[in-house]
Ligand binder design. Structure first.
Ligand code: CP3
Length: 352
């Protein structure tokens, strides 16, 4: 393990936490739970802190990124923090003209579609990651025995934004490019894997105890395309943390047909979205790997008895895997009543 001696996984702070034990395949006394996008617009304290600061500026301010990361941990009592940042932060740090437009998402100054445009992309200088490492270090110093999850976007999801120039419904241009210009595609995916891999490694070395690779848009791909044009580059991205021996979670939306291939890039845990029943996802994975998921975000706004029954059913279905970490099938919707999230944490922690 090439982590520093004062890293929380090494010095005893987080190695025995419920989250890390579950990610390693054990069944701790409580079933751990955290929420994707737990830091964000569902929290009034987040909205207050963000007034007057652009999203990407907030991500690169160690004091702000740390405080925003800690807010949902204090409020909900979740079993992990997830570092407040964004998948496009390493693109920005490598010099790409990208902004996050509220209500829309990441928007590029110009799309990257040709070999010349890919060749003009700069590598990510290690020093550029200093604000990320500082934010993580500051967060971990205050989290104590609660592990911090570091994350990165997978090369395909990043390429979906880069090729399109912004958010898109079907990521059609990226899906065309992989077939029409496989050489350009490979060069773009290699650049994205290296940039996002370095971003992930910086978070882990600075004190994060687990890693999650988000391939949010992989569900738009056939298994054949995923295997040929995407999986090798996701594997390359997580190779950046291989020697650190941290647990790696791999998640995407609508990936019921891809679960086995997503595990096979070298993931230790597979995140399952809410489009298939959790036990069906576990069955497709052979019942041998820990899973994370898969509360339907739409039910967060349903009457409590409906939501409660749904969460308890997911806990039951999760028992068919070696270990289970409860999460949503995708991120917390901004309009969610945060007291509902706290209530879910209490329910999961009290359940047997
Ligand atoms: O709590 C957490 O999960 C950590 C924070 C986090 C953010 N983005 C903060 C954020 C994480 C893990 C991400 C990853 C991310 N960003 C993904 C992968 C996960 C997923 O949701 O599928 C993707 C696809 C992005 C790209 C992105 N960034 C989108 C689509 C948006 C939404 C734009 C909008 O306004 O609707 C963002 C912005 C963003 N990232 C916000 C947050 C809290 C909202 C910005 C704001 O409140 O101003």
């Amino acid at each position: 393990m090439n982590l520093p001696a004062d890293h929380p996984l090494v010095d005893g702070r987080t190695a025995a936490s419920a989250l890390i034990r579950a990610y390693r395949g054990e069944r701790p006394e409580i079933t751990p739970i955290w929420f994707m996008r737990q830091a964000g617009r569902s929290l009034p304290e987040y909205r207050e802190l963000r007034v007057g600061t652009a999203m990407l500026d907030a991500c690169l301010d160690p004091e702000l990124s740390s405080e925003i990361t800690l807010q949902p941990v204090r409020r909900h009592g979740v079993d992990a923090g997830i570092f407040f940042s964004d998948i496009v932060v390493p693109l920005k740090l490598a010099g790409v003209d990208v902004d996050i437009v509220p209500g829309r998402g990441p928007v590029m100054g110009a799309p990257i579609r040709t070999m010349a445009e890919v060749a003009a992309l700069s590598p990510l200088e290690p020093d550029a990651l200093a604000p990320v490492a500082a934010g993580v270090a500051r967060t971990v110093a205050q989290l104590g025995s609660t592990p911090l999850i570091g994350f990165a976007g997978a090369p395909f999801t990043l390429a979906a934004y880069l090729v399109e120039g912004g958010p898109s419904k079907d990521h059609l241009r990226a899906r065309t490019l992989m077939h029409s210009e496989p050489g350009t595609w490979a060069a773009l995916m290699e650049w994205a894997a290296d940039v996002t891999g370095a971003f992930l490694r910086a978070q882990m070395l600075a004190g994060a105890s687990a890693a999650q690779l988000f391939d949010s848009w992989a569900g738009s791909l056939s298994l054949a395309d995923y295997t040929a044009y995407v999986a090798p580059w996701s594997k390359r991205a997580i190779s950046y943390v291989h020697d650190l021996e941290v647990p790696v979670v791999h998640f995407g939306v609508g990936t019921g047909e891809l679960l086995g291939a997503m595990r096979d890039i070298g993931a230790d845990v597979v995140g399952i979205d809410d489009r298939i029943p959790l036990d069906e996802g576990i069955r497709r994975l052979g019942g041998t790997i820990p899973v994370q998921g898969n509360i339907n975000p739409a039910l967060l706004a349903a009457p409590w008895p409906v939501l409660e029954a749904h969460v308890l059913a997911i806990l039951e279905r999760g028992k068919t895997a070696p270990a289970h970490v409860v999460n949503l099938g995708h991120g917390v919707p901004p309009e969610t009543d945060p007291t509902v999230l706290t209530r879910i944490v209490e329910l999961v922690h009290a359940a047997r």
